[in-house]
Ligand binder design. Structure first.
Ligand code: F0G
Length: 482
């Protein structure tokens, strides 16, 4: 969606930045990749980055920073209390979001901890378009439950719906009637809905959800971690907002919300997090917990250098040429794969390209973690590290049975402004090869299974010797090539 047209008519994503500092990456031979995957218990989180060619595990805390962000780090004020850096960040946030109160936290899940501790009481329900792993864990640890009411289209892999992260308003009304408004801790809208493929939420939907929540006095919480991507999609997919400047769009969104929180590992391309709130009483209740869990109120667990980078990063998020960089690369990667028949979530979303493991590995049973197996196979085939977003990322039911995910995805994240188009084409090439040889991929089973957020450090082993067979086939097809 860049304004630059090519004579050839091709739709080529164009980088609106240049690279001035680089990090060497290693591409190991396929046999070594197999060994490293075995050592990592077939869990891509447990790979060492030195063994990874392209780290597409996440877009979290690994985005390229601008020269202005690095420059701002030099003016950080280290004071424990009353740091000038805090006041600069607070002023930037107030200016962009138009909310009065700001609480700093060390990352997004820390915000979820504070918000859940204050708003969720045992037995209460939280209603949201879709959960995120850490969000759900914080709500359930406080005795609450999660109800997901994303529109039906949101759970379809293939679609042309522009805003698949929208909430189903009938389901929202039904949930409030069934649970009673006093039993709903909060309603949560997640921008750029992560686990269903980075799918955006429309302005119209947020407006309607807000009206319903306000008419019942239910707090509306906005997870703005993926706001940058969502803003891009509002501009390019909603004709009403095509010519509206980004800051005005943000102000309209925030006018609907009671609480906003974000992971600054995504929003603002730094590392940290924060909560914004307009109600003084709620602010005071949350504020008490910050020094307990995060740090003093003027840093909240963040390094002051990161806070300075964040202030600049947030301002840069208001620039269309900055926020369009990931979605256009995601779209290019999706298109390369779709051209070869590889099943991916459509329309392409933000944060990454999501390969549909349900279909890709249709021969692998869901209880053998097909998306986890695909993520491991992608590393062996390419040295690219991606992330399982399926049943492995779920928590077991209370009775110990498996909770099967609605979608089994291998998420190939596209960190902002990090990789070039040729690297993206390499990734697509190897996944296309893997798709041709998909019959060689088998399942996984747990060897060590943690009870909480098991996907982070659980260890697995393959069912059978499929990784060896896959490696042999790679050698046969690619000869001496890495
Ligand atoms: N909300 C959303 C929508 C997220 O994507 C994340 C993190 C969080 C909250 C938690 O923020 O990591 O700063 O504590 N997502 C990362 C990912 C981990 O890879 O998608 P955090």
């Amino acid at each position: 969606m860049s304004n630059v047209k090519f004579l050839s008519g091709e739709n080529i994503p164009l980088e609106m930045h240049k690279v001035r500092m680089v990090q060497k990456v290693n591409l190991l031979p396929v046999e070594d990749r197999l060994d490293r995957m075995e050592e990592a218990g077939f869990n891509t989180f447990l790979l060492k980055n030195r063994d990874v060619f392209m780290d597409m595990l996440t877009d979290s805390g690994v985005n390229a920073m601008s020269q202005n962000q690095y420059a701002a780090m030099m003016q950080a004020d280290d004071s424990y209390a009353g740091s000038e850096t805090f006041y600069r960040l607070e002023a930037t946030l107030q200016d962009i979001f138009g909310m009065e109160y700001f609480l700093p936290a060390h990352q997004g899940r820390a915000c979820e901890n504070i918000i859940s501790q204050v708003l969720v009481k045992p037995g209460m329900v939280t209603v949201m378009n879709y959960h995120f792993t850490t969000t759900k864990a914080h709500i359930t640890i406080n005795g609450g439950t999660v109800e997901e009411i994303v529109v039906d289209e949101g759970l379809k892999i293939t679609s042309t719906a522009p805003f698949k992260g929208d909430m189903d308003l009938d389901k929202l009304n039904e949930s409030i009637a069934r649970n009673g408004k006093e039993n709903i801790a909060f309603v949560r809208i997640e921008a750029g809905t992560n686990l269903i493929g980075g799918q955006p939420v429309s302005m119209g939907n947020m407006r309607e959800v807000s009206k319903i929540c306000r008419s019942h006095g239910i707090p509306l919480v906005y997870d703005a971690s993926l706001l940058g991507d969502n803003l891009y999609f509002i501009k390019v997919r909603d004709p009403e907002y095509k010519d509206v400047d980004i800051k005005t769009i943000v102000r309209e969104i925030t006018s609907f919300m009671d609480v906003i929180y974000f992971s600054a590992r995504k929003l603002g391309s730094a590392r940290g997090g924060g909560i914004l709130v307009s109600d003084e009483k709620l602010f005071l209740r949350m504020r008490e917990l910050i020094p307990l869990y995060e740090g003093f109120l003027t840093y909240g667990g963040m390094s002051v250098r990161e806070m300075e980078a964040l202030s600049v990063g947030l301002e840069e998020t208001m620039d269309f040429d900055v926020i369009n960089q990931t979605p256009i690369i995601v779209e290019a990667l999706c298109n390369e794969l779709l051209a070869k028949g590889v099943p991916v979530v459509t329309p392409p979303g933000g944060l990454g390209c999501h390969v549909d493991a349900m279909e890709f590995c249709s021969h692998v049973p869901q209880e053998e973690y097909k998306a986890g197996a695909l993520a491991a196979a992608i590393y062996i085939a390419s040295g690219v590290r991606c992330m399982e977003r399926g049943t492995l990322s779920e928590q077991r039911n209370e009775d110990g049975t498996e909770r099967f995910a609605e979608m089994e995805l291998a998420r190939i994240a596209v960190p902002r402004r990090v990789f070039t188009l040729s690297q993206v084409k390499y990734t697509a090439d190897r996944i296309n090869w893997l798709f041709k040889n998909r019959h060689l991929i088998g399942g996984l089973k747990f060897v060590e299974e943690p009870t909480m957020l098991r996907f982070f450090f659980g260890r697995l082993e393959p069912v059978g010797d499929w990784p060896e067979k896959l490696t042999e086939q790679f050698r046969k097809d690619f000869g001496e090539s890495l």
